[in-house]
Design a protein around this ligand. Structure first.
Ligand SMILES: [Cu+2]
Length: 340
């Protein structure tokens, strides 16, 4: 019993006080929407715990009072020879209490749903997110060609401002879930669903596809980075700019390797002739913290490993292994790493 209490206290109290660095944690809400979900979770947890304890106690009492017998004495059934009326009353009270409890939980979820839908979207930032197998494509300011830009697998959002995500998918169902900021929302082919959220503190939050979408579903993560509004604007401006031009001969050679290899059939680097949209936009690849949808840290070694053998890292991924002479690969890496 003490252990159960400790466990209960641990899950309710620990996340708020002991885990200083939230990363992917539904119990450490960092935005209004996640707060609503967390409150509902608490209401459900507490209600269910109370009911569970009440049932275990009632069960224990029933066992305690059950008629006992030994080989030589018959059971004393006096205790269960209660008048029918009393039993009926007990069943009615039990049923009414259960209905009240379930109704209470239903009302709590409806209230949460309404609270989630009522986030004011004035001055909201619109991001179009498309779930791909198995990465995330994002277009910022989709309605405003002068401000629009593409990125992948890493969203920056301004702290304190509402964000409206328009979620779509070309083929299979995915689910967008960044637990510190909001609940889940599916990306359904042929529909656009929206998810609104707001980060109330700066931070880096991990998200994850939460709907089985194929072989590499588990390796379909992403990051949401909540920046101070000013930092966010700087980031957006940098992302909007075309890619950095090669600054030296090695980078120039790397760019040529990229443009002359199959990379251009799938990837775009704005400011060059590569503008395919089948795969993550690489215009500002070096500004991102991870590669391949949150699977690898974005370092030169991992980048090389990914280009040489993506099928080893994410079997079944839609990027083929590409063999390049070592010097070409090195130049390509130097060039890609310059794309801040
Ligand atoms: Cu998915």
């Amino acid at each position: 019993m003490t252990r159960a209490c400790f466990f209960f206290a641990a899950i309710v109290l620990l996340p708020r006080h002991a885990l200083a660095a939230p990363f992917q944690n539904a119990l450490l809400p960092t935005g209004v929407q996640a707060d609503h979900v967390y409150s509902l979770w608490l209401v459900m947890l507490i209600t269910c715990t109370v009911v569970f304890i009440a049932i275990v106690v009632a069960f224990g009492l029933a066992l305690w009072r059950a008629p006992r017998a030994t080989e030589s004495t018959p059971p004393d059934t006096a205790v269960i020879r209660t008048p029918e009326r009393r039993l009926t009353r007990a069943v009615i009270i039990g049923t009414v209490l259960s209905i009240i409890g379930l109704l209470g939980l239903l009302i709590a979820s409806v209230v949460t749903d309404r609270a989630l839908a009522s986030l004011p979207l004035k001055d909201g930032l619109v991001i179009q997110v498309s779930g791909q197998q198995w990465w995330w494509q994002a277009t910022y300011y989709p309605e405003d060609p002068t401000r629009a830009f593409d990125t992948a697998n890493e969203l920056h959002i301004p702290v304190g401002r509402p964000v409206l995500l328009r979620l779509a998918s070309p083929d299979v169902i995915h689910s967008f879930w960044v637990p510190n900021l909001s609940g889940k929302k599916d990306l359904i082919p042929g529909h656009t669903l929206t998810l609104q959220l707001r980060a109330d503190k700066p931070g880096v939050f991990r998200g994850q596809c939460a709907e089985f979408c194929g072989y590499q579903h588990a390796k379909m993560g992403f990051l949401v980075i909540a920046d101070d509004p000013q930092q966010y604007e700087q980031w957006a401006q940098a992302q909007r700019a075309p890619s950095k031009q090669p600054a030296d001969d090695v980078q120039k050679r790397g760019q040529q390797v990229f443009l002359n290899s199959p990379c251009v059939m799938c990837h775009a680097i704005q400011g060059t002739s590569a503008n395919a949209k089948m795969a993550p936009d690489l215009t500002h690849l070096a500004s991102r913290q991870t590669l391949a949808a949150g699977v690898l840290p974005n370092t030169r070694g991992h980048l090389a490993g990914w280009i040489v053998d993506p099928q080893h890292i994410k079997p079944g991924t839609n990027m083929p292994a590409i063999t390049l002479p070592p010097a070409d690969l090195q130049a390509l890496l130097v060039y890609l790493e310059s794309l801040e």
